[in-house]
Ligand binder design. Structure first.
Ligand code: ATP
Ligand code: MG
Length: 331
């Protein structure tokens, strides 16, 4: 068995001459939660569709659970579970009925299917609603049902395309819990998202995708550290101490005095490991720090750094960004 659950080598896809995916390469280990983070139209669904054998690549190679997606699509399909971007459920049927139809498509014997369906519906906390038509389900319940269904045939790799799109924060949190539990159980998950908080929270590693290309890859913390550092705020007891502190911390990064004249703002990589050093050297110099805190950069800052654009240009995000910039400038 290959030690990788997914291998993509220079995967490409063109639609009538338009290159939606322009040569993406990455490897996902078994047990890893791997995220594809990118804005609308980046090529996330197209990549996922090639890896799940829904569409044929125009070029390159995809190996999933040890099988080539073009040469052995049937073997690949036996080993994967998929949650599509748009829900694919029969809303007139109950969760249970939908599960049994899925089981028969996969050729799972009835008694095994029933046992597993019971366990999975309980796992996603839908056991009480198993015999209600999906019409009566909320968006979040439908998503959880689809995850349970994707697990029915005990797949080696689960693909989820925007598992929480359009859900309210509470429903998203419940879906996250399910994915986190899968991660604890060692299930390999490939998920796409354009929510940076989702990628940050759930994924071991992330590929940032834009215009059909991977523009960065790594663990969330690794990617965020590329922004150049965390913003550290150190409040001194008075403005004289703040001036001394400013001179003292300049060796750790880019530092300046905030408008209040008592807070020193420092941009430094890996702030959590530096704050204790700063505090002890300040103490030695007789400078009293009354408050220390730091902000880590977000994945959205990473995207901005790489592309010059925001990942999402919704008003809320702009407001957060504005706050960050203002606080960085000490206003
Ligand atoms: N069947 C198709 N025919 C023509 N163009 C397509 C087709 N499927 C996707 N595209 C185009 O390819 C690009 C990538 O689409 P894709 O659906 O992979 O993006 P995405 O990252 O999943 O975006 P979203 O966040 O909106 O789901 C887009 O410009 C899209 O319009
Ligand atoms: Mg998509």
């Amino acid at each position: 068995m290959s030690s990788y659950a997914i291998i993509a080598e220079e995967l490409r896809k063109s639609f009538n001459g338009f290159e939606a995916v322009r040569g993406v390469s990455f490897k996902v280990r078994y047990g890893e939660v791997y995220g594809f983070l990118g804005p609308n139209g980046a090529g996330k669904t197209t990549t996922l569709s090639m890896l799940t054998t829904m569409i044929k690549p125009s070029g390159g190679r995809g190996i999933v659970a040890g099988y080539d997606v073009v040469e052995n699509p049937v073997e690949v399909r036996k080993r994967i579970g998929v949650v599509f971007q748009d829900p694919t459920v029969d809303r007139d049927l109950t969760a249970w009925q939908n599960m049994m139809i899925h089981a028969s498509i996969y050729g799972i014997p009835r008694s095994d299917a029933e046992k597993r369906a019971r366990e999975l519906l309980e796992f996603v906390e839908l056991d009480k609603f198993a015999h209600k038509p999906l019409r009566s389900y909320s968006g979040g319940m439908i998503r959880r049902f689809e995850i349970a269904r994707a697990l029915l045939a005990e797949p080696e790799v689960v693909f989820m395309d925007e598992p929480t799109i359009g859900l309210d924060p509470q429903a998203r949190a419940k879906v996250w819990e399910v994915i986190q539990e899968l991660k604890r159980q060692g299930v390999t998950v490939f998920l796409t998202t354009h929510y940076m908080d989702e990628a940050d929270r759930l994924c071991d590693r992330i590929a940032v995708i834009d215009h059909g290309r991977i523009i960065a890859e790594g663990a969330p913390d690794e990617l965020k550290s590329r922004v150049g550092g965390d913003t550290v705020y150190l409040r001194a007891i008075d403005s004289d101490s703040a001036k001394k502190l400013l001179a003292l911390v300049s060796e750790y990064g880019e530092a300046k005095l905030a408008a209040d004249n008592v807070t020193v703002v420092l941009v430094a990589s890996n702030a959590p490991s530096k704050i204790p050093q700063i505090i002890s050297s300040a103490e030695r110099a007789g400078v009293k720090i009354v408050e220390a805190r730091y902000n880590r950069p977000s994945l959205d800052d990473v995207f901005l750094l790489l592309t010059g654009r925001r990942l999402r240009d919704e008003e809320g995000d702009w407001r957060i960004w504005g706050r960050l910039v203002r606080s960085r400038l000490g206003r």
